[in-house]
Design a protein around this ligand. Sequence first.
Ligand SMILES: [Zn+2]
Length: 343
Amino acid sequence: MVDVVSENLRLGLVRLAVVVLIALVGCHGVRPPAGQVDNPLEGRVICVDPGHGATAETDHFRVGPGGEREEWINLRVALLLKGMLEERGARVLMTRTEDVQVDLSDRASLAVENHADVFVSIHHNATADPEVNFPIVYFHGAASENRAGVALGKILARNLRDALFDEATLACLISDRAIFPEKGANVLRNSYGIPGVIGEASFFSNADEEQRLKRPEANRAEAEAYVATLEEFFSAEIPPIAEKGTLVDLPPFAVLEGGERMEDEALSWRRLFDEGLDLMKTGDRGSLVEALDLFTRSVRVFPDSPVARQCHEHRAEILEALGNEAAAEVAALRAREHYVGVE
Ligand SMILES: [Zn+2]
């Protein structure tokens, strides 16, 4: 039991202290510099890259089942984002503002030459399986080298999921070398050093999602998720970016790329994974060898699927059980460096 009289006295003293503090600090307190806390985007140079452009004649795969093209969706979201960022005092560099072709290396150069603080490339995804729909964000290279890209990507993947999907949806943060094994994505590779990501908010190869992406309110919600992401990213200390290949050395892992992702073979990703899991449970050597092949094929046909990271983790486990320590280490390193968890 608390002594009521001394408790009242204590409360009175606390109130007095608060009043004195307000009097002392209220008018003369040190305010943080403009744009640092109140508005973290003030004065930031932000390069916004709406992916692709004017590719209707060449990229026949870049279209949803109802005829909506990826480059149109990307541009709508990017133009909304440009307005929102400029309202908050940022300087926005747009790699394109119309449905036109722009060289990939010119997009990166725009960011580099103008000393952009950040590079965000806006895309939407496609795969053969029409059921698939979830957000993926890509960073360049290896996670422990590109720590700023990973920090930005974690926030974006989470915000895209929260804005556009339900809580149960998996949000993925994946290296661009998982989908372009040799060199990664051109725009991220050539702007490396600037914190940068490619955001693929959802899959236009899913018919319901394609219809949703035609609606202005859906495009606006997505642009707002980017704004919230950049505000959060610039409110904290930005981690460093190490030179490529200084901390991590991973050989390329061949996968279906670009338009190949739409081939029928890519429909088998889930079946291959599930069969691999069943065989793994039996545990005998022959089954493990077969399971290894199934996981390898699953992640080859859909290298950024919701189970891609698990495929590499299971490959590592099996390779170790089979006595191939070196290959097991590579598979485990790939799972860690190319597939980052998002809360
Ligand atoms: Zn794209």
